[in-house]
Design a protein around this ligand. Structure first.
Ligand SMILES: [Zn+2]
Length: 60
């Protein structure tokens, strides 16, 4: 499980709203993929698409 593509999501810069591919770290932090920060200098991102971490966990 070196690089799980399921952790990828679309995210936006919280400062300018630019859209990036982001991933969630184990600690829950949102990190942009391929870049360190936004071109505006922002380094905080919000996730646009949230996927269930584990579909099997939602046993109803
Ligand atoms: Zn930005």
């Amino acid at each position: 499980m070196a690089f799980d593509s399921k952790t990828r999501a679309a995210g936006t810069c919280t400062q300018c709203g630019s859209v990036f591919a982001v991933r969630r770290s184990d600690g829950g932090a949102v990190e942009p993929i391929g870049v360190r920060r936004c071109s505006c200098g922002g380094s905080s991102f919000d996730v646009l698409e949230s996927e269930p971490a584990d579909p099997c966990a939602a046993s109803d």
